[in-house]
Structures are given as structure tokens and as C-alpha cells.
Ligand binder design. Structure first.
Ligand SMILES: [Zn+2]
Length: 176
């Protein structure tokens, strides 16, 4: 991993930003660059990924059916939008969206963290209850007790679910 410390942070103006760059060879996806930046003063952080090879806009659909699906690798760029339609969960792509390489369990854990934080900060009993139910459902998905569909749409094409079971569609659209 290449590291560049002491860079100027554009958020707090201090020279405490660390830039990181790494590359990884991901089977069935190809060489992928991972970028990260992190400021030790203001805690700003951002990460993204990019495939070395140019990719087409894509939509990937995957049916999570069993516990071992949790280990399936997921590549998500900052332009990738992940959704679980049956759970009504969605992460939009945007400036604050992160790119990462993880697995399905890791993706679900990211959602769990968000739901738990919302549950903690809410005063509404109904909201708390639906968050609790959602967390229970996610737990069942992890154990393979409930099947659910996961979808990633990425106009940059830099996202993937590495499995033979994943369905890949090419999307038409402008390439950035
Ligand atoms: Zn900073």
C-alpha cells in the first residue's frame, strides 16, 4: 500500500491528511485500485475503488438464499447504488457515498449500523419498532432463513457481486 502523509486537508485546513492507494486483483473482476483519504484532525474520510479496465454501466441482481452467501465478495464503487427491495433499503450513490470491497455480510452490517443509529436517535415508538423488526429480518437473512434480493446499479460499471448466481445486465446510459 502506498501512503502519503501530511497532506493539506481541504476541510479543516490542517496538514494532517493521509492519502492511501492500493491495488487488488479480484477474480472475475480484474485489477482494482483502492483509494482512501483520512484526516486525523477533523476525522474526514473518503474511500473509493476503480477497476483498471473500463467497464460498462451495469445492474447486478443477486438472490441471497443461504448462510454461505454471506462470504460472497462485493465490489462497490462510490457510484454504485445498493438496494434490498424487499426490505425497502437503499443506499444512494453521491458525494458522500463510499467505495469498498467487502462481502455480502459486510454490506448487510453497514445497513445494520445505520438502522441501529436511527433506532437509538428516534423518540418515536413506531419507528423504533419497525427498526427492530428490520434488524430481526436482516439477522434471518444472514442465517439463510429468509431469502432476499440484492441489487447494485452502477453507471460507472465499477461494481460487482462475484458469484455465478449473480445476474448481470448492461445498462444503457451516458458514461461519465
Ligand atoms: Zn481535516
Amino acid at each position: 500500500m502506498e501512503k502519503l502523509e501530511g497532506q493539506l486537508c481541504s476541510f479543516c485546513g490542517k496538514k494532517t491528511l493521509t492519502l492511501m492507494e492500493d491495488s487488488q486483483d479480484i477474480p472475475f473482476f480484474g485489477k482494482t485500485f483502492l483509494f482512501g483519504m483520512q484526516c486525523s484532525t477533523c476525522k474526514f474520510s473518503k474511500s473509493d475503488i476503480e477497476a483498471a479496465e473500463k467497464k460498462d454501466p451495469c445492474k447486478i441482481t443477486f438472490m441471497i438464499e443461504e448462510e454461505k452467501d454471506m462470504k460472497i465478495r462485493v465490489v462497490k464503487s462510490s457510484e454504485g447504488c445498493i438496494s434490498f427491495p424487499s426490505l425497502r433499503l437503499k443506499v444512494e450513490s453521491g458525494p458522500s457515498s463510499e467505495g469498498y470491497v467487502s462481502n455480502i455480510e459486510g454490506v448487510l452490517d453497514r445497513f445494520v449500523k445505520i438502522i441501529e443509529a436511527q433506532k437509538e436517535s428516534s423518540d418515536d415508538d413506531g419507528e423504533k419498532k419497525s427498526a427492530k423488526n428490520l434488524l430481526k429480518k436482516i439477522r434471518k437473512i444472514k442465517y439463510g432463513d429468509v431469502a432476499t434480493k440484492m441489487v447494485i446499479e452502477d453507471m460507472s460499471g465499477n461494481s460487482a457481486i462475484i458469484s455465478e448466481k449473480a445476474k448481470l445486465e448492461k445498462l444503457k446510459g451516458k458514461k461519465k
